[in-house]
Design a protein around this ligand. Structure first.
Ligand code: ZN
Length: 401
């Protein structure tokens, strides 16, 4: 059993720290204002803590979360329910309350992202967008057997069949369920905006809304790296409208086969890139020897010839950062309990994803805040560097030594 799953002191402390952060306190206060009437329940703080513990311990169900808390007095103390742990029924009722109050959860996520943005100036400057499949807690078969009766339980009415592309370790193919569409910061590996949609929804339809959500949370993305599935003129346009450079490799469409994406040329050779003008949305190209008249020309930026040429080192470096979104999907699924789904219906799956990512971001925020607080022994006069990831890394390295 990993130390994370043992319900040890360290994770109970993490939980207590999350519950005392201003962003989570605000969520608790907002939910307290809408206190349900009638049935006497557990304090909202206890139930919010239970929801955070579920992701913190990567548990797929409320039943297992409730059982873990029942077994560990440290967790009960952190949640303020010593000797009286919540039941799974109270957990289900609380999950329903969270779904009804989705805007409060959203505001809490906004607050955590804004908090991170204040500490990590690079957070959200370069994004990587992708979609990842979340197989449903149902198998997608409409009939109990071929020609048999229709299934009426263990089905998920919102899940649909989608296609997932092949990756290094897995073949492509169909899956039944949902997809998480996410914009992840390529500099910090932290998500900044996301949405859960049904499996068949096309990934390219969510770029604009993800960029807008990131902007609302204070991140003006400069570049956005995406894979070939996003190589559509509309996606480039949506990014350009938001002053963001789409970093997408070309699919072999007709124009690409005809080499229309190549730099212009003349008898002196291939023309050289001589800069981009964002305002006129065009790139400048020059005759290699300068003998042509005119010796340079402007090319309107589009999918085939973007403002940042695909041959440039900058483009290649920006595209390499796309790995951030893949890595984050892996971590969310394997370390934070995003997978496997044990709920059905779009609203419940959305809440599951929101709580998982909120917990992860809240932990990241607690860490950067702790790292940015000068220890008592530190000399007062030294100005501290901004809390960039590199600065935090070097600082924690110092602390380890
Ligand atoms: Zn020439």
């Amino acid at each position: 059993m990993s130390p994370k799953l043992s319900g040890g002191a360290a994770s109970a402390d993490t939980l207590a720290a999350l519950l005392s952060s201003p962003e989570i306190k605000r969520l608790i206060a907002e939910l307290e204002e809408t206190r349900w009437t009638g049935r006497p329940g557990f304090p909202i703080r206890t139930m919010v803590g239970l929801a955070l513990a579920k992701s913190l311990y990567a548990l797929p169900t409320w039943t297992r979360t409730v059982a873990l808390v029942a077994d560990h007095w440290r967790l009960q103390r952190a949640l303020g329910c010593e000797g009286n742990p919540p039941s799974q029924w109270s957990a289900y009722r609380f999950a329903a309350k969270l779904r009804e109050n989705a805007p409060a959860v959203e505001r809490c996520i906004d607050g955590v992202v804004e908090g991170l943005k204040a500490k990590l100036p690079l957070y959200g400057r370069d994004l990587a967008i992708d979609a990842s499949d979340m197989p449903a807690y149902a198998n997608g078969q409409r009939y109990v057997w071929k020609g048999g009766p229709e299934r009426n339980w263990h089905t998920d009415p919102d899940a649909t069949w989608g296609h997932r592309s092949a990756i290094a370790t897995r073949k492509g193919g169909g899956f039944f369920g949902y997809r998480l569409h996410a914009a992840v910061c390529a500099n910090t590996d932290l998500p900044i905006a996301w949405t859960v949609e049904t499996g068949k929804a096309n990934e390219s339809m969510f770029v604009a809304s993800l960029l807008d959500a990131a902007k609302r949370r204070g991140a003006m993305a400069v570049t956005c790296a995406m894979d070939k599935a996003y190589d559509l003129p509309r996606v480039y346009g949506e990014c350009a409208e938001r002053d963001c450079e789409a970093i997408v490799p070309l699919r072999a469409t007709g124009a690409v086969v005809k080499n229309e994406h190549r730099p212009p040329g003349c008898q002196h050779g291939v023309w050289v890139f001589a800069g981009a003008d964002r305002k006129r949305s065009a790139t400048k190209w020059r005759c290699p020897t300068g003998e042509c008249k005119p010796a340079s020309t402007w090319v309107k930026a589009d999918r085939l010839r973007p403002l940042m040429p695909r041959e440039s080192k900058r483009w290649k470096a920006a595209y390499r950062k796309r790995g951030a979104v893949e890595r984050e999907f892996g971590r969310l699924k394997n370390q934070w309990g995003l997978k496997p789904l044990r709920v059905r219906g779009l609203e419940r799956v959305r809440l599951h994803a929101d709580l998982t990512i909120l917990t992860k971001l809240a932990c990241a925020l607690a860490r950067v805040r702790a790292a940015a607080t000068p220890p008592l022994s530190a000399s007062r006069g030294t100005p501290r560097a901004a809390a960039s990831p590199a600065a935090i890394r070097s600082r924690s390295a110092v602390r380890r030594n």
